[in-house]
Design a protein around this ligand. Structure first.
Ligand SMILES: Nc1ncnc2c1ncn2[C@@H]1O[C@H](COP(=O)(O)OP(=O)(O)OP(=O)(O)O)[C@@H](O)[C@H]1O
Ligand SMILES: [Mg+2]
Length: 230
């Protein structure tokens, strides 16, 4: 099993003097297999992003365990798992340093992970995401939402992850950009046998892209079902 969680939970504490506690995720037992897409539905505030952040290693769980390839993992993630699990946010600008042109941002990833980037490697990589040389010279604010989200996806895929947590990656995009990103996600998945934890409010989209759909309410998984083959 690629990922398994056991009674995973998160309680947020806010305030300095009068602390208030929000139990955002509770008792989540979940499995994600290689190459599988799990659609994650649930109302606003139900705990979807909190769960996604814990799965991506960006938020420390308050309770329970996460196993990766059957080994328990701690927080923060280290080594292989840190590379294998990536996240794509609703607002792609979060993934980029606003002071760096796209080319520089991407180059940093190659450097960080010691991946050769000579010649046209970067240019060829981004072409798969409908981006070209001219985009490499632009700052994040000089790219459209759709371009930036595709760039964020391109950035993640440099390091060939096994799982991507997608937290409403298309909800800020116009219809055409949405379709482009979905198509790309689908292509990439076929090629790399990726698993997706796909958080969305769009039930129709979830039905199309998912192998399984889970529904979250009040921080708990209240429903889990397989999606019939299309
Ligand atoms: N950093 C935080 N500190 C305190 N409470 C938080 C924090 N982040 C989220 N919460 C609370 O935890 C609960 C779950 O939030 P979460 O963002 O996981 O929901 P969500 O299902 O992703 O919602 P949405 O669909 O609106 O994105 C909510 O009650 C929210 O107010
Ligand atoms: Mg959310």
């Amino acid at each position: 099993m690629l990922i398994r969680t056991e009674r995973l939970g998160k309680t947020y504490a806010t305030g300095w003097f009068n602390k208030t506690y929000v139990s955002a995720v509770n008792n989540v037992d979940l499995t994600i297999r290689q190459g599988e897409t799990i659609g994650v539905l649930g109302e606003s505030g139900s705990g979807k992003s909190t769960l996604g952040l814990m799965l991506a290693g960006l938020l420390k769980p308050s309770r329970g365990k996460i196993y990766y390839e059957d080994e328990p993992v701690g927080y923060p993630f280290k080594g292989k798992i840190r590379r294998d699990i990536q996240i794509l946010f609703q607002h792609p600008e979060i993934s980029f340093n606003p002071k760096l042109v796209l080319g520089k941002s991407l180059n940093e990833v190659y450097k960080l992970y010691d991946i050769p980037a000579e010649g046209n490697v970067v240019e060829e990589h981004i072409r798969n995401f409908g981006l070209y040389k001219e985009h490499l010279e632009r700052y994040p604010h000089q790219l459209s939402g759709g371009e930036l989200q595709r760039a964020a996806l391109a950035r993640i895929l440099i390091i060939k992850p096994k799982v991507i947590v997608l937290d409403e990656p298309t909800s800020m995009l116009d219809y055409i950009s949405q379709a482009q990103v979905i198509k790309l996600l689908n292509n990439v998945k076929q090629e790399e046998n990726l698993a997706y934890f796909f958080i969305t409010h769009n039930i129709k989209l979830a039905e199309i892209v998912s192998d399984r759909i889970i529904k979250i309410e009040g921080g708990e998984v209240i429903e889990e079902r397989r999606v019939a083959m299309q």
